[in-house]
Write a protein that binds this ligand. Structure first.
Ligand code: PLP
Length: 292
């Protein structure tokens, strides 16, 4: 395949990404009513696929969509991986919308892949300047108001994309959402991880953040290597006092935050490289290559 886009279907076939697939009226388009996952495929390995499929199922359940068929998704991902045939990392987004029937009996599902962008790869190397942005919702609401879909990977990501554009307009690279009391939540497309001494911390899902597959993979590798790992609330002051602040996601891998709200943070480049190596150690295939 020479195209740098790829479209795979749940029956395990590839389709032409230039040919329209979704109908006008699809509730995923009309209302952002659907769920997605973005899986990093590197050296033909779809990383953390089990965790991504589990999270897809959890998101679908919270939207009242039918449970995704894991075998069909695996077939679809396998077709995408086999059809990629390029050396670049593939960012593979699995999409399931409510489709054209409100009762979820005619869902639309596909996987769409593109190369990881050069900018994302560059930011992994340089680190990012981040701005903290208020998300404006009391984390206590999460349990009381499940309809807000906090911590769910729904297709309604316009707010997250707007936050990213906003910080870029201000000359920064990424955002960190905070609660009204200053508690650190997550990035628009990433999990926040903080290192202090031999402890790695991240925000608990109970505060309405998406449980990160990359963060979980990093914590598993770090714990095996002797780090303590904790899921507990993080304050803004903790970010400034930390040995390192990192954003993790399938695309970010482990990206350090070098500047927060215009203030330079402690230099964590060596720590970032160490954590990136720990993460890569889960994918042995990768050990002989660079981390970026
Ligand atoms: N939090 C949000 C809001 C996200 O959108 C993402 C990924 O896109 C993450 C966290 C990190 O998740 P993962 O590590 O599974 O990519």
């Amino acid at each position: 395949m020479t195209d740098d886009r790829l479209l795979a279907l749940l029956d395990g076939t590839l389709a032409d990404p230039a040919v329209p697939l979704v109908r006008a009226g699809d509730l995923g388009l009309m209302r952002g009513d659907g769920v997605f996952e973005t899986v990093l495929v590197e050296h033909a390995v779809p990383r953390e696929l089990d965790a991504h499929l589990d999270r897809l199922a959890r998101s679908a359940a919270l939207l009242g969509l039918p449970p995704p068929d894991p075998a069909a998704w695996r077939r679809c991902v396998a077709a995408a991986v086999a059809g990629w045939g390029r050396p670049d990392e593939l960012s593979l987004t699995l999409v399931c919308t409510r489709g054209t029937a409100p009762d979820g009996t005619a869902t639309t599902a596909f996987a769409y892949g593109i190369p990881v962008s050069p900018r994302r790869r560059q930011l992994r190397r340089t680190g990012v300047a981040a701005l903290s942005l208020e998300r404006g919702l009391d984390p206590g609401l999460v349990g009381r108001a499940p309809w807000l879909l906090h911590g769910v990977k729904s297709l309604s990501y316009a707010v997250n994309m707007a936050a990213t554009r906003y910080v870029e307009e201000q000359g920064a690279d990424d955002a960190i959402f905070t609660a009204p009391d200053g508690t650190v939540l997550e990035g628009p497309t990433s999990t926040v991880v903080v290192a202090h001494g031999d402890v790695l911390r991240t925000t608990p899902a109970s505060l309405g953040v998406l449980p990160g597959t990359t963060q979980a993979a990093l914590f598993a590798a770090a714990e095996a290597a002797g780090w303590q790992v904790r899921t507990e609330p993080i304050s803004a002051a903790d970010l400034h006092a930390a040995d390192g602040v990192f954003l993790t996601s399938a695309g970010h891998k482990v990206t350090r935050v070098h500047t927060l709200d215009g203030t330079r943070l402690r230099d964590s480049s060596a720590l970032a490289a160490h954590l990136a190596r720990l993460l890569e150690s889960r994918y042995p295939n990768r050990a002989v290559h660079s981390c970026n």
